[in-house]
Design a protein around this ligand. Structure first.
Ligand SMILES: CC(C)(COP(=O)(O)OP(=O)(O)OC[C@H]1O[C@@H](n2cnc3c(N)ncnc32)[C@H](O)[C@@H]1OP(=O)(O)O)[C@@H](O)C(=O)NCCC(=O)NCCS
Length: 176
């Protein structure tokens, strides 16, 4: 787990985090994650890995992924609306990518709503590429999903992550 500059922190999600995680989830997605799913993920799904991000006493974001064979699939990522635009979603994604290297995994995949240009910009910043679409993937709005992937194979990308980390940590110190 990355250790971001004070007062921000990252750690694995635990069961007592779930009410706050669910509140952020409700504020972040058109259809909230169904009740009981986070509990199931933490307690029973041993391919699931969830992280939370906080500042001082407050939990302000979370991310999760599944490790399937040697691939990481990003299942969720969100920051509290009051904390957006400050590099914290980027911190969650960067942490997830660094964790992926450690496992180790060879590829990261994710789905994102076609209309979600903010998340797509974040993924493109980290060199994810659009590799396909899943038609009408989201049942709530009937919207398509873009399938994006990032192969983690090469050392150059790892170096790129280290550079991004240095830049982001500097930014977070400025914002703290
Ligand atoms: C997607 C999300 C996690 C990004 O978190 P955030 O804390 O707002 O993002 P950051 O401040 O870390 O920004 C990181 C990058 O995202 C992109 N981004 C952030 N806000 C943006 C905006 N308003 N417009 C366009 N791009 C934006 C930029 O590429 C930005 O990099 P930059 O700072 O160099 O410009 C957050 O907006 C969120 O929780 N959204 C709702 C849930 C969601 O859609 N999750 C993704 C599901 S696939």
């Amino acid at each position: 787990m990355l250790t971001p500059p004070d007062p921000f922190w990252l750690r694995p999600m635990t069961l007592p985090d779930i009410p706050t995680v669910q509140e952020i989830d409700r504020l972040s997605f058109p259809t909230p994650t169904r009740s009981g799913l986070f509990e199931h993920e933490l307690a029973q799904n041993n391919i699931a890995h969830y992280q939370v991000l906080g500042t001082r006493e407050s939990l302000i974001g979370f991310a999760g992924f599944w490790l399937i064979a040697d691939e990481i699939h990003v299942s969720t990522i969100a920051t509290h609306p009051n904390w957006r635009g400050q590099g914290l979603g980027e911190l969650l994604l960067l942490n997830l990518l660094v964790e992926s290297y450690k496992l180790p995994a060879n590829m990261v995949t994710l789905e994102v709503r076609r209309s979600n240009v903010v998340a797509q910009a974040l993924y493109r910043k980290y060199q994810f590429e659009e590799v396909g679409t899943r038609s009408r993937y989201y049942r709530d709005t009937g919207e398509d999903a873009l399938l994006m992937t990032m192969p983690l194979l090469d050392a150059r990308y790892r170096q790129y992550l280290e550079q991004r980390q240095a830049g982001l940590f500097q930014r977070l110190v400025g914002e703290a």
